[in-house]
Design a protein around this ligand. Structure first.
Ligand SMILES: Cc1cc2nc3c(=O)[nH]c(=O)nc-3n(C[C@H](O)[C@H](O)[C@H](O)COP(=O)(O)O)c2cc1C
Length: 174
């Protein structure tokens, strides 16, 4: 066995299409980020979200500036990050605009409630994190919103929905 250090990964020239192709291999947690109050609710399907810190409890979500929800997150200063289960596939499709719906009409499906900020929380989500916006960083086409979690729900025993290889999928235990 050789003790030589393995060579560094070769830098491969790439463009945006190659980057997108590589990112298809990166699994994403499927969520719906919501904001506003009826009849002016907005929401979008989102994988660019994650935990930020535990003290204070905070998360971040990356929202395209062209998304219908974007300006309402800014003006209301609140959003709810709803983590979807496998049974929420239809909602994931609806909130990514695949049926042509926009704005409040998307909320006709699913059961929604208010936690603390008034942003819609999906009843039955794997988790919902109701957040007060702390900062908004503009970065290329997107805004990175950081949010302090002011209320949350969790549901045990459900299977999270993921997105990988251009498809929605379920996780399987090893
Ligand atoms: C699996 C999946 C993940 C997505 N992730 C994001 C995301 O992280 N951020 C984002 O701004 N849009 C994301 N989108 C796109 C939005 O869901 C989509 O553009 C939506 O229609 C925006 O809402 P609007 O139609 O009200 O503008 C994603 C779409 C899909 C299908």
């Amino acid at each position: 066995m050789s003790s030589a250090t393995p060579p560094p990964s070769e830098a491969i020239p790439f463009d945006a299409a190659e980057f997108r192709a590589a990112m298809r291999h990166v699994p994403g947690t499927v969520s719906i980020v919501t904001t506003g109050q009826a009849p002016y609710r907005h929401g979008l399907t989102l994988t660019a979200g994650c935990s930020l810190s535990a003290a204070p409890p905070s998360v971040l979500v990356c929202v395209n500036r062209s998304a219908g929800a974007h300006d309402t997150i800014l003006s209301s200063g609140a959003f709810c990050w709803n983590i979807l289960g496998v049974e929420h596939l239809d909602l994931a499709l609806k909130f990514s605009g695949q049926d042509g719906s926009k704005g409040d009409i998307r909320f006709a499906d699913g059961l929604w409630c208010d936690l603390k900020t008034g942003a819609p929380s999906l009843i039955g989500a794997v988790c919902s994190f109701d957040c007060r916006v702390v900062n908004a960083y503009s970065e290329s086409s997107h805004t990175i919103f950081t949010g302090e979690v002011v209320a949350q729900t969790t549901r045990t025993g459900c299977e999270p929905l993921v997105y990988v290889g251009g498809s929605f999928a379920a996780l399987t235990a090893l």
